[in-house]
Design a protein around this ligand. Structure first.
Ligand code: SF4
Length: 274
């Protein structure tokens, strides 16, 4: 069953481009070694591996060093929007006295971009056609919010906006699962560490499921929903994810796979997938 109206070209505008950012995610966020980052650090402190040119000193070794937090993080393009559009190429280093404000703005814009990513995909989901007007209104509101001044961005009620988006996304998920009749897979509730080789997982809602180290080798994921699922070390080798729903680059980067894995056209193969 065809789930998306097109190849999701609209999601290409929400790809992160680190060359147009100032390493915001490596500075603005709190992170810890337990979550797969190189060190424990507070929000607002630069990671010790971040160089003055905003490039990661160990970028080519992240996989080898098991930096799963770094590998799995994706800002959906929020970093370049903050750097290029809001602060006109000024950075937390050139505007030192405003650095806290820049980090606070980044954290809000990141959340808006993440929500916009899911709404942009929801907009072209065929079973959710009847929700299109509501989805487009939320996307328009999102774009307006992202173009506020820094002062106004810091006063955005992000919870209010997220709640509205979540209501719509839930309806989109329901419309997809209803259009499938995968009764066997619907009974599945536990996935972590289990093996489901060559199973048809189509139409299954895996939203926020723990899929850590689950073996999905050779499975089909037509209309399978991955909203917020934890895919660390999930094995997607030879699987067909081309019509998976709400799958992100960060989830793919965290997972295992092969060049025979079929990905949605807007997602890239991690360099580690042979
Ligand atoms: S190790 Fe590199 S990618 Fe990870 S937080 Fe530090 S600078 Fe960023």
């Amino acid at each position: 069953m065809k789930i998306h109206e097109n190849k999701r070209e609209n999601l290409n505008q929400l790809k992160s481009d680190c060359s147009k950012c100032s390493g915001l995610c490596c500075v603005a966020l709190f992170f810890s070694t337990i979550d797969g980052f190189p060190e424990n650090k507070n929000a607002g402190n630069p990671c010790s591996k971040l160089q003055n040119n905003y490039r990661c000193k160990i970028h080519d070794e992240l996989e080898k060093r098991n930096m799963k937090g770094c590998i799995g993080y994706d800002c959906f393009g929020a970093g370049q929007h903050v750097t290029q559009c809001i602060y006109k190429k000024e950075t937390w280093q050139t505007l030192k006295e405003q650095s806290k404000e820049i980090f606070d703005v980044f954290i809000i814009i990141y959340q808006l971009y993440q929500i916009r990513y899911f709404l942009e995909e929801a907009k072209i989901v065929i079973p959710a056609k009847n929700l299109r007007n509501d989805i487009e209104n939320l996307i328009d509101e999102n774009k307006v919010l992202c173009n506020f001044t820094p002062d106004k961005i810091q006063h955005i009620n992000i919870d209010n906006y997220r709640n509205k988006a979540n209501l719509i996304l839930k309806k989109v998920c329901d419309s997809i699962t209803k259009s499938f009749n995968n009764s066997t897979s619907k009974q599945l509730t536990e996935f972590m560490g289990r093996t489901f080789k060559k199973r048809d997982m189509s139409g299954l809602d895996l939203s926020v499921k723990l899929l850590i180290a689950t073996n999905f080798e050779g499975c089909i994921f037509n209309g399978t929903i991955f909203l917020g699922a934890d895919t660390r070390d999930t094995n997607f080798s030879n699987a067909d994810l081309s019509e998976a729903v709400f799958l992100t680059q960060g989830q793919i980067n965290s997972a295992k796979g092969s060049r025979n894995t079929k990905l949605p056209k807007h997602l890239d193969y991690p360099v580690t997938w042979k």
